[in-house]
Design a protein around this ligand. Sequence first.
Ligand code: SF4
Length: 238
Amino acid sequence: MHPATIRALYRRLKAANPRPQSELEYSSPFELLVAVMLSAHTTDKSVNAATRRLFPLANTPQALLALGVEGVKPYLKSVGLYNAKSENLIGLCRRLVEHHGGQVPRDRAALEALPGVGRKTASIILNIVFGEHEIAVDTHIFRVANRTGLAPGRTPLAVERGLVARTPAEFKHDAHHWLLLHGRYVCTARAPACPSCLIADLCEYPDKTAGTPSGKASRGTSDERRRPRSRSRRAVAG
Ligand code: SF4
């Protein structure tokens, strides 16, 4: 994709949603770290259902550590793989307390050394909490980057590198959320809403969906109509 087209694409996403935010609910860097870690292979909705009950009871590494694995399990039952995630959550808290003074570290290696935290989660934390120009690639972003031609790649890491290299600096902070929301609500896996997509004329996907005889997309609607409002309780730094 030509650099001028990339710039136009981001401009449109920004105009439609100037301040994109996570749909995960959190009120501190630690809560965000826990929520993102829990969100692997499950929906933000199920994570929010769990953390709405858990965080009022315990929202620091020390408090969760005191609950222990068996103590947090009942709160995580709405989350997929909750047995393993309960173990990881307590292991993560223990490591934060023992190695980082109970704080979320601003360091990729330190983040990825936490139980249950991989490259994607570390990138999200570095981006949202610390304002670094990281672009975490999940399944939605991987799909959008490949379909549009924005940053084609066979692996998430290849796509991430392409996005970081091609995304103009002014859009890097919010690129993750724009592309994620676009993939989640418009450029969906099975039925992308191409006829109502705000970047359709810029997108290089050869198999765009056609409109129905009424002129509307067979499924899906535009960003503006379908994107739910962010429910983050407050944005942290960055
Ligand atoms: S035009 Fe279709 S394939 Fe391209 S980004 Fe929009 S929804 Fe996705």
